[in-house]
Design a protein around this ligand. Sequence first.
Ligand SMILES: Nc1ncnc2c1ncn2[C@@H]1O[C@H](COP(=O)(O)OP(=O)(O)OP(=O)(O)O)[C@@H](O)[C@H]1O
Ligand SMILES: [Mg+2]
Length: 285
Amino acid sequence: VVITAIYEGDRLVGFAKVTRDLTEQRAAEIKREEQERLLSERYAELQRALEAKSRFLSTISHEVRTPMAGVIGLTEILSKQDLGRENNETILAIFESSKRLLQMLNNVLDSAKLESGKLILELRRFPVRSVLGDVRQIIARDACAKGLKVTGRCEDCLPEYVYGDESRIRQVLLNLAVNAVKFTQNGWIDISAFLRGQTEAETTIRFVVTDTGVGIPEEMHPVIFQPFEQATPSALCVHGGTGLGLSICTELVKLMHGEIGVISQAGSGSTFWFEVPFIKDSQRI
Ligand SMILES: Nc1ncnc2c1ncn2[C@@H]1O[C@H](COP(=O)(O)OP(=O)(O)OP(=O)(O)O)[C@@H](O)[C@H]1O
Ligand SMILES: [Mg+2]
């Protein structure tokens, strides 16, 4: 029963008792409430499953990384002894394979941490130019073995020191540089940094890795930044890898409030870049 006010024009002239059949309306409400309950249950289930998956991946990767570090350390020691050419070659192959395996595990671990939001940035004052030098040095041996030249520069106006997460900047730059070596057969690789913008409190730096390698067709540009995606299905057979590198870079750059992108065409090399705003050294508390 509903009480309704009766008006003549603007004037209230009385009240009336109206009886309405609300059965259908109530049934619709009950149905909607039931659907909402089911939806929130499914969502909670999904969240639990995602968390369990991330936990599982990080536990496995963590547990496997410890013995892997042992294998790598011992094979490195063995590889420095004179055990005959054939044995030394075998040991070197074991050493290289275990390093690749550890790199894959690190990727899986980072991916799981990023997915569960457990990756926390560590902000410190660091010399930004030396990160580029270190990365050039790290890839130099593999690049040299393929006959590739490694070049690069840092724009003069870059600050000496900035305040940010040095190890994550190094990780993203190294990932791009390792890809450049992997997908380039001849020519050069350039690793440079430029000043992109400044405010009173922040300096934005653009890091650029350019190569003269196989290049990437334009329609694949958005795809390669997704987890487990590779530009060509043959990339996996020829070069190995998990296809996680660029997706981790994307998430890390996002976490640092930056941007990442690529300029490339099939057959004419690639330029991968990312930009990150850093707190100016003078602004540090
Ligand atoms: N410099 C490059 N030149 C040509 N193709 C590239 C380059 N960098 C990335 N790609 C393409 O993008 C794909 C995704 O790169 P990503 O780094 O995510 O995976 P990956 O290198 O194949 O494996 P992982 O990094 O896990 O070892 C590569 O498989 C390749 O097809
Ligand atoms: Mg890669």
